[in-house]
Design a protein around this ligand. Structure first.
Ligand SMILES: Cc1ncc(COP(=O)(O)O)c(C=O)c1O
Length: 439
């Protein structure tokens, strides 16, 4: 890639990596091959088989949920989780009307869109709830505010960004106080734990309906795949039925409900089965990467994605940086492009990402908040101060807090691959350091 001359001058003498350093790539161990081969040898390559059964059993046991349902991806798990919650709240919908038609649901704002799209799949409006600075997750104070503005809402969808648990004790209590169901998106946080009262609980077992993902970039992978987790056997059985086109017990194809082709393949489950024993090892590697970055960045005008060790143990899926306001060089983003300038001692996420890319390292901007996404621009957005839409005034200087927009503006995700060597990580650190050097 072509760097602007000032940034290129800052990096003078640094050699690009010969092999690309990824944000987070799959790490295979060998056992995966055994279970995939077993599926092929025994001809159980479709959506039934021992690998699926084992993954469901082992994952439910690990996370601490009573039941797990193997699905094609985390998005499918979130869709079924959302529909199960919506049916429990509002009853069955006609096939052409989603179960959330005409309803609202409160959703995390700084997350991947797969967390919140199921609300729209089911015909509902996602109301985005602003983010808190100390966990980068849904702000419980903003959630309280959202219930004050929209007291009829009965569904909350919360994600654990980059593997750091949201404040589930508070969020669960707020949901209970408002008689609301909780869908937990633990796609990024498998293996992370948080404290609920005196107990430590794994993410993926705290909501009424929970989802994890085995996408290729996650802490462990099946190449694809996901799980729905719940304590309700009846709901797990319904999700399993919906995931295989909702076939009834009849000799022919008989359908009384809308179904999907969402079931996990036994081959994919073989990869997951081989990965599950390595979850803790991957989390330990990710933690070491996070801590090494944190120590190396001491003295630079940046901080890392934060967490409270008294309240949670992240899985450290991605290590991120937030640039101090005073050290932000001017940067603007359009819908697809960006511009920045260089100033001595200052940098910006896009400059650092360009610099990393020139050294063959993959970073990424912090996930763009949902309330800023064109597809959701008409949806409501609530901060701890109230509605987050239309907060400025042509005549009076105004504008409230928008934490998500600020994290997007000043933050970036660093290469966090668990196979990263110290030498590779040192190059990333040096690159960031140089970006804050003399222009
Ligand atoms: C927060 C979040 N939710 C949901 C998903 C969707 O999972 P999948 O890719 O398995 O559909 C992802 C990532 O892919 C994610 O990061």
């Amino acid at each position: 890639m072509k760097l602007n001359p000032t940034t290129a001058a800052k990096l003078a003498g640094l050699e690009p990596l010969r092999e690309r350093l990824w944000l987070s790539s799959p790490t295979m161990h060998g056992e995966e091959q055994r279970w995939v081969d077993e599926a092929i040898r025994t001809n159980w390559v479709s959506t039934v088989g021992e690998n699926i059964d084992e993954v469901e059993r082992l994952a439910a046991e690990r996370v601490g949920a009573k039941h797990a349902v193997g699905l094609s991806c985390g998005t499918a798990a979130l869709h079924l989780a959302t529909r199960l919650a919506a049916e429990r709240l509002y009853g069955q919908a006609r096939p052409h009307e989603g179960t959330l038609a005409g309803r609202r649901a409160f959703c995390s704002d700084v997350t991947f869109d797969a967390s919140v799209n199921p609300v729209a799949y089911e015909g509902g409006e996602a109301v985005f709830v602003d983010t808190e600075r100390d966990s980068w997750n849904m702000d419980p104070a903003a959630l309280e505010r959202a219930f004050a503005l929209y007291p009829d809402v009965r569904l909350v969808v919360v994600a654990h960004l980059y593997g750091t648990p949201a404040k589930m004790d508070k969020i669960r209590a707020i949901c209970d106080a408002h008689d609301a169901l909780l869908v937990e998106d633990a796609a990024e946080s498998l293996g992370a734990r948080c404290r609920l009262g005196e107990a430590w609980v794994e993410t993926g077992a705290i909501g009424d309906y929970n989802a994890v993902s085995f996408n290729g970039n996650k802490v462990i992978t099946g190449s694809a795949g996901g799980l729905l987790l719940t304590d309700s056997k009846a709901d797990a059985d319904r999700a399993r039925k919906w995931s295989t086109q909702a076939r009834e017990a009849a000799p022919w194809y008989q359908h009384e409900e809308l179904g999907y082709n969402y079931r996990m393949s036994n081959v994919v489950a073989g990869v997951v089965r081989g990965q599950l024993p390595h979850l803790d090892e991957h989390v330990a590697q990710k933690r070491a990467i996070y801590e090494r970055y944190r120590d190396a960045f001491a003295g630079l005008p940046v901080s890392m994605n934060p967490y409270d060790p008294e309240a949670c143990e992240p899985n450290f899926w991605l290590s991120c940086l937030l640039i101090d306001e005073e050290a932000m060089a001017p940067m603007v983003r359009g819908e697809r492009d960006y511009l920045y300038t260089c100033e001595p001692g200052k940098s910006s996420p896009q400059e650092i990402l360009d610099a990393l890319a020139s050294l063959n390292c993959e970073g990424r901007p912090v996930w763009k908040p949902m309330h800023l996404q064109p597809v959701y621009r008409a949806n409501a957005f609530v901060t701890r101060e109230g509605s987050g839409r239309g907060t400025t005034n042509a005549y009076i200087a105004g504008g409230g807090q928008d934490v998500g927009a600020d994290l997007f503006r000043r933050g970036l995700c660093l290469p966090s691959d668990n196979k990263m060597t110290h030498a590779q990580q040192d190059l990333v650190v040096e690159c960031v350091r140089r970006c804050f050097g003399e222009a």
